[in-house]
Unconditional design. Structure first.
Lengths: 413, 611
């Protein structure tokens, strides 16, 4: 080892490792032929693989930030993909942020820090742009929509990878309460702002299932519906989004895959109604051989066979409250832990860190898990063209308590 | 004038616009009249087909089957017809191969045209492979006048020549200087049409004109939309009946091109070249001869010179002037100088007046309109239209090879498809280049019966690549060895993958072109459009409407819905009065048109056509 390398590794990083990967512009990249945007999870995997291959194997275009302990794997073809504005067209940037199951704070709620981080990365990639539309998609909400409304089923369905062995930070279904698991003891990383504002943050959690009657959106009664439509977990992020909107960084905010009850609940809790809601449209609803789907370009008033009551209810609600309804066909699980860890192992991301990770006493370093995926696209709306489309993925590892590494002696030396 | 485009409006308003026009026209109809958007009245020219039809052989049209009352009395149309006749020296004849049914008289003889040599020169011309010689290409061999009869050796032995082709000994009426020669061998089993009115007067196309941002973009669109034109022609095929016979063609493209053919005998290669500029292989309406290529500044290597492999004549003076004096790049200069080989047949006087001061004569044109006439003279499957400061339009691309459909829904769906395709071409910088010869072959195949299901079309296998000059690259860093792609489950057949990946062009059915094919590794065009739509962030209802329109196109491509041509054929063949001799009687025609009107107005369901 050279002298310089030793110097770096002597410092023990205080924050766990982070990796941010920027993919290439998917409109012009080489891999666009292999997966279309309809299978967006495959597309994401392919794009990630492509970038990692180019940036790590073929040429080296990554940056390491020692303070943040962050490896930035940049878009190898366009390191700073700033938008050029040509002529009179104006661009619209829209971003969909997938908050993955691992992006939770100590209270097991999705943390707004990740949202801020995502927006910073978007700005790095595209320049200081105003984001026209920001959708946020919570993994458990989106995944929970597919299964039955029973929250237990939801929790089971979104259990993540076997790769992250014992300490699966499996997505909490919709249950706000969990038995305390060892990994939830305050760790160095997890001591976030939320803890310092602990009493305020936890104040909202005081609402217990017993008070179901006071909270709208669960008029049907019963614990299950309450659990499914309780959006208090997402409140922090939602508040952040409304702040961003108020400050003008984001023009419209939206939420994905929410039911009508969830929308009502969110509105009641936070006072801010989303501008847009995205619902999942399965593309097989309009298949070529489907007898029930009509091919005539009729007006939107006819009912289609693939239309469910809930979806219609949602659309009516949205119409009444001036929420714009969009559709998407993204997979419910965008980037599972296992897939990312496979990629990380294949391309040996961990070896690119010039630091070694020395966990503090009694802790160990977990495998890296993806926290969020941001899908941005830059379109020239008044010409109908798409200039730029890509993904940004951020993953980090956790410093978690390892019971096996606790010192055998009762008293620390 | 800043024109904005909105995909939402495209999805919703096009149909409304078309419906509004239809409604407006229908208010002017009498109770016993109906309005149909079909390419061609099926019985046009079939004896007596309409009330108050005048006698044929009129002085304006000089047609044996159409009377002069068909011609719009406005002067420009008469001038156009006269101009075509003057230039060519005789009335251009077109032949459409007849459909051979069980009881069709074979060899087919068209009795519609009389064999009276004195009335009009009945010079019939048809290529030996059944296509009109006016549109034939490299295979049209020039025939010296003396060996007109001997030229029949290229076809099957013509034991029973159609009686109407007998007067090959030479015409008597027209000026001798132009048409002393006989044309190439007579038609085999063709339905004969003898007036330009079959082309410019009555053939309907769905013409889509798209505005491009600047010349560079217009060139890209011009080139990339040309290979698709054959696919679209096959998808929208709607003309199986011509002059009251069932033909062996579903599209009207060749007939239209041949009917307005005004090439002189020298240009057709029959007479030796003395005064003409060169041999013109195609009629003035036809497919494009040359790609314009991307602009030099874009450094796009997708275009290779080998793609322009069609021989064509261009006007050398203007070419050199453009290239040397003005500095236009070679391909665009070729493209424009190609236009000047043709002649315009008439022009308003103000266009021909000498250049004077603009304020003295406010109606004097500044050459733009004049040039636009030249552009309009030769109509191709994709046209590059120059900007016009008077109307404020910019560079435009006209897409001409779609046939008009029966209902507004279908027309709107195809318009939407083409416009979205143009957006996708620009967004993804698709590379659809085909050599011109393959494109022409596609166009020939597209017109055959039921080409949507039965024919294979040349298509570029990898539409995303080739921008760096190599067939598979996209101008980016190439991957080495075992790359990320191979690790992550992309299903490609291992054995013949390498073989197929090397092929630049493959022959695919239209279903595979549009909907994709795993075996050939083709991303279907529809899939590309579907991955473009979410980025437009449309409202839910709008997006569903858009998807339903595209679903119609997909179903036509996959064969679940039949084209209008197939529907018409089936109707005729299942009609009780039809005697299986490829003759469509007026009664059958009437019933068919009534049925089509009922479908269009919604009174009659046609699930095999529309749903």
């Amino acid at each position: 080892m050279t002298r310089r390398r030793l110097a770096i590794t002597e410092k023990v990083p205080t924050t766990p490792r982070k990796v941010v990967v920027y993919t290439d512009n998917l409109m012009t990249s080489n891999g666009v032929r292999n997966a279309t945007a309809q299978e967006s999870d495959k597309e994401l995997e392919y794009a990630l693989g492509d970038t990692l291959n180019t940036a790590l194997v073929i040429s080296t275009s990554y940056r390491f930030d020692p303070e943040l302990n962050m490896l930035e794997i940049l878009d190898p073809h366009n390191p700073r993909n700033h938008i050029e504005v040509k002529g009179l067209t104006d661009y619209q940037v829209s971003v969909k942020l997938f908050i993955l199951p691992a992006a939770v704070d100590v209270n097991r709620r999705p943390s707004p820090l990740y949202v801020k981080q995502a927006l910073t990365c978007i700005r790095k990639q595209l320049g200081a742009v105003t984001i026209e539309e920001l959708f946020v998609s919570f993994a458990d909400v989106s995944a929970g929509r597919d299964s039955a409304t029973a929250p237990e089923a939801a929790a089971a369905a979104t259990a993540t990878s076997p790769g992250a062995a014992v300490l699966t930070n499996g997505s909490a279904g919709s249950l706000p309460l969990h038995p305390q698991e060892p990994d939830q003891l305050p760790t160095r990383r997890n001591r976030s702002r939320d803890d310092r504002r602990g009493h305020k943050a936890r104040g909202l959690d005081r609402r217990r299932p017993g008070e179901a009657g006071e909270v709208p959106g669960n008029g049907d009664g019963g614990n299950d519906d309450f659990e499914a439509s309780d959006m208090s977990r997402y409140l922090k992020i939602w508040r952040l989004l409304s702040h961003l909107k108020a400050e003008g960084h984001v023009t419209r905010i939206g939420i994905c895959d929410a039911t009508k009850q969830q929308l009502e609940n969110l509105h009641w809790l936070s006072g801010v109604m989303p501008d847009m809601v995205q619902i999942r449209v399965d593309d097989s609803q309009l298949s070529v051989d489907d007898e029930s789907a009509t091919g005539e370009a009729d007006g939107p008033s006819d009912a289609r066979a693939g239309d469910s009551d809930a979806s219609r209810e949602l659309r009516e609600y949205a119409l009444a409250h001036k929420i714009s309804v969009r559709s998407h066909s993204d997979a419910p699980k965008m980037l599972t832990n296992a897939n990312f860890q496979t990629l990380a192992a294949d391309y040996r991301i961990n070896e690119r860190f010039p630091t070694t990770e020395v966990p503090p006493e009694g802790y160990r370093i977990d495998l890296m898990r993806p926290r969020w995926v941001a899908n941005y696209n830059v379109a020239l709306r008044n010409r109908g063209l798409v200039a730029n489309r890509g993904y940004i993925v951020m993953a980090s590892s956790d410093c978690v308590l390892d019971p096996n590494r606790v010192s055998r002696f009762a008293y620390p030396s | 004038v800043l024109r904005t485009f909105s995909v939402a409006r495209l999805a919703l308003e096009i149909r409304e616009c078309l419906a509004a026009r239809r409604r407006l026209l229908k208010t002017q109809l009498r109770p016993d009249e109906m309005l149909l958007t079909v390419n061609q009245f099926p019985l046009l020219g079939a004896g007596t087909y309409v009330d108050d039809q005048g006698p044929p052989n009129g002085p304006l049209l000089r047609s044996q089957i159409l009377s002069d009352s068909c011609l719009n009395p406005a002067p420009q149309f008469a001038l156009e017809i006269q101009g075509i006749y003057d230039r060519r020296g005789l009335v251009p004849h077109t032949g459409v191969p007849a459909f051979r049914d069980t009881h069709t008289q074979w060899p087919f003889v068209d009795h519609g045209l009389s064999d009276d040599p004195g009335s009009a020169p009945a010079q019939l011309s048809c290529g030996e492979n059944g296509r009109d010689s006016a549109c034939s290409m490299a295979d049209a061999t020039p025939v010296p006048p003396a060996a007109a009869a001997a030229a029949a050796t290229t076809t099957e032995s013509d034991s029973q020549a159609p009686p109407t082709s007998a007067p090959q000994k030479g015409p008597s009426a027209p000026p001798p200087s132009r048409s002393a020669a006989a044309d190439p061998p007579p038609n085999k089993n063709c339905v004969l049409l003898d007036s330009p009115l079959f082309g410019i007067g009555s053939g309907g196309v769905l013409r889509i004109t798209m505005c491009a941002a600047d010349l560079d973009e217009a060139r890209i669109l011009h080139d990339q939309l040309a290979p698709i034109s054959a696919v679209m022609a096959a998808l929208t095929a709607a003309t199986p009946i011509v002059k009251g016979y069932l033909t062996d063609r579903d599209c009207y493209w060749d007939v239209q091109c041949g009917a307005v053919d005004d090439r002189t005998a020298q240009e057709r290669g029959i007479a030796p070249l003395t005064t003409a500029k060169g041999i013109l292989r195609k009629s003035r309406y036809g497919t494009i001869d040359t790609y314009t290529g991307p602009a030099v500044s874009t450094a796009d290597l997708a275009f290779r010179k080998q793609y322009n492999d069609c021989q064509f004549t261009y006007d050398k003076d203007s070419y050199w002037k453009m290239k040397e004096d003005v500095g236009i790049d070679q391909l665009l200069a070729l493209h424009v100088s190609r236009l000047f080989v043709r002649d315009i047949h008439y022009a308003p006087e103000r266009l021909l007046s000498k250049a004077g001061r603009k304020d003295k004569d406010p109606h004097r044109s500044d050459g733009q309109e004049h040039f636009k006439r030249f552009v309009g003279c030769s109509r191709q499957n994709v046209c590059l239209l120059p900007p016009n400061t008077a109307t404020g339009s910019g560079w435009e691309i006209g897409f001409m090879s779609l046939e008009v459909q029966l209902t507004d829904a279908e027309n709107a769906a195809f318009i939407t498809f083409i416009v979205l395709l143009s957006r996708v071409i620009l967004s993804y910088r698709l590379n659809l280049y085909l050599p011109i010869s393959l494109m022409d072959q596609n166009m020939a195949r597209a017109q055959k019966v039921n080409a949507v299901r039965d024919q294979l079309f040349y298509f570029r296998r990898d539409v995303f690549g080739g921008r760096d000059g190599k067939s598979n690259g996209s101008g980016r860093i190439s991957r080495r060895g075992n790359s990320g792609g191979s690790r992550h489950a992309t299903s490609q057949p291992a054995n013949n993958a390498s073989q197929l990946e090397k092929a630049e062009y493959v022959e695919l059915t239209i279903d595979e072109i549009l909907n994709g094919s795993k075996t050939y590794g083709v991303t279907g065009i529809m899939n590309i459009i579907y991955s473009y739509i979410p980025t437009m962030h449309l409202e839910y209802e709008v997006e569903q409407a858009l998807r339903r329109q595209l679903l119609l196109v997909r179903r036509r491509a996959s064969g679940k819905l039949c084209t209008l041509a197939t529907w018409m054929r089936n109707f005729v063949r299942s009609h009780p009065e039809y005697r299986h001799d490829s003759v469509v009687s007026p009664a059958i025609n009437y019933d068919m048109l009534c049925a089509m009107n009922d479908i269009e107005e919604g009174r009659r369901p046609a699930p095999e056509l529309l749903r």
